[in-house]
Design a protein around this ligand. Structure first.
Ligand SMILES: Nc1c(NC[C@H](O)[C@H](O)[C@H](O)CO)[nH]c(=O)[nH]c1=O
Ligand SMILES: CC(=O)[C@@H](O)COP(=O)(O)O
Length: 149
């Protein structure tokens, strides 16, 4: 039985979203055995990170996906708007996975500069898109093992 994954991307910073999507797609493509995907992850886009939780909820509630990787980038500006966007995205995505039982990973960069974002979206620090997909796979591995127990 193969798996189906989704990626929902906040495209407020288009180039960063594309880098994060690529990382998540690569990680999903490497999944093996019962976690192996039946094809590339379906990609859905929202304007910003604040919209990620509801999009993830829509996808999780379809019952069509074994997990959802939520990706995006929030770069601090002059005001405290950053705090609200980041906080609600994190809390909302966590609520989706806890309420639906469908893995929904937090692959949202919360940074102070574009340089920090580039370094964490497949640059020299990490690939948060890949990490989000890996988190989905790790939770799905547990879920599948318990289902087979
Ligand atoms: N400043 C950033 C935003 N802001 C937009 C919000 O996420 C949201 O789309 C808007 O408030 C309408 O509800 N979003 C990001 O993803 N990254 C940012 O840096
Ligand atoms: C993270 C944000 O919402 C940010 O881009 C907004 O910038 P500002 O705080 O300067 O209005």
């Amino acid at each position: 039985m193969s798996a189906r994954y989704a990626i929902v991307a906040a495209t407020f910073y288009r180039d960063l979203a594309d880098r994060l999507i690529a990382g998540a797609q690569a990680a999903f493509a490497e999944a093996e055995g019962p976690l192996a995907a039946d094809g590339p992850a379906d990609v859905f886009e929202v304007p910003g990170a604040f919209e990620l939780p509801l999009a993830a909820k829509y996808l999780a509630e379809t019952g069509r996906y074994d997990g959802v990787a939520c990706v995006g980038a929030v770069i601090r500006g002059e005001t405290d708007h950053y705090d609200y966007v980041c906080g609600e995205a994190a809390r909302g995505i966590q609520d989706v996975q806890l309420s639906t039982g469908v893995p929904a990973a937090f692959g949202v960069l919360t940074v102070d500069s574009m340089d920090q974002a580039l370094a964490r979206s497949g640059g020299d620090k990490r690939d948060s898109g890949r990490h989000a997909a890996d988190a989905v796979l790790a939770l799905q591995r547990i879920r599948r093992s318990l289902a087979g127990a």
